[in-house]
Design a protein around this ligand. Structure first.
Ligand SMILES: [Ca+2]
Length: 238
């Protein structure tokens, strides 16, 4: 995956292709993460955001029918990506971002994966579609809800400025606040997750969850287990 390196106010920033947004465990972006953190070491340590957060104007994020978010509540709308560890025998659906639409069935996304042995894989979305990764201030909402059915557990993760290496705040990045969902079944149901339900797994930098700096939502396997679930209608929880 390619990076374009930018520099804003002396702090290193990275614009990245989607695939390294949030692998938990394996960290393909680790080199950039640690070099970023070192360069940042001498700065003033201010907490001012490097990129101004976008405030949603509505609750619906994605309706399940396309690779893009719906564009009414978050502007410019971000889009979805597919990612996994690099296990040689891994097979996933959709197999790539380019083939994302092959996994859309009846207005919902059906993703599966087997053969991954490091951290697994799944799908995710960067909420804002600006060239530079852009946080969202979701503080007027209580959490996230979505419709899901499935045959396996699913891990839901929220990437923030503090856990994503592109913002230069973490050394052991990607330990996103998350919740493991273990009660999916063939019948689609609405899952509601409040911000307070989310916790870090604990292997990375310990950070505060900041609802004003949400960047990405990820829906992955539970670690290296196979995954098979269908996602639809992702919204902020009012
Ligand atoms: Ca739908």
């Amino acid at each position: 995956m390619s990076y374009k390196r930018l520099s804003v106010s002396g702090a290193p920033l990275l614009c990245l292709a989607a695939a390294c947004i949030g692998p938990q465990g394996a960290m393909p972006c680790a080199e950039t993460a640690s070099s970023g953190a070192e360069e940042k070491g001498a700065d003033t340590g201010g907490e001012e955001p490097l990129v101004e957060a976008v405030v949603p104007t509505g609750a619906l994020i994605w309706d399940g029918a396309s690779i893009s978010n719906v564009g009414e509540s978050l502007s410019p709308p971000g889009s979805w990506f597919v990612y996994s560890d690099k296990s040689a025998k891994g097979v996933k659906k959709p197999p790539s971002v380019d083939e994302f639409m092959t996994a859309v069935e009846n207005g919902a996304l059906h993703t599966t994966g087997t053969g991954y042995t490091e951290w697994g894989g799944g799908v995710g979305t960067n909420l804002i579609g600006a060239p530079m990764l852009t946080p969202v201030d979701a503080s007027k909402y209580r959490g996230i809800k979505f419709k899901a059915s499935g045959k396996t557990p699913m891990k839901f993760l929220v990437g923030t400025v503090a856990t994503m290496p592109e913002f230069g705040k973490c050394k052991k990045c990607y330990d996103h606040y998350m919740k493991v969902i273990t009660d999916l079944s063939d019948e689609p149901k609405t899952i509601e997750i409040t911000w307070a339900d989310l916790k870090q797994t604990g292997w990375g930098d310990k950070v505060k969850f900041d609802v004003k700096t949400i960047v990405a939502l990820n829906f992955t396997s539970k670690d290296a287990m196979p995954w098979d679930f269908t996602l639809d209608d992702v919204s902020f929880l009012e």
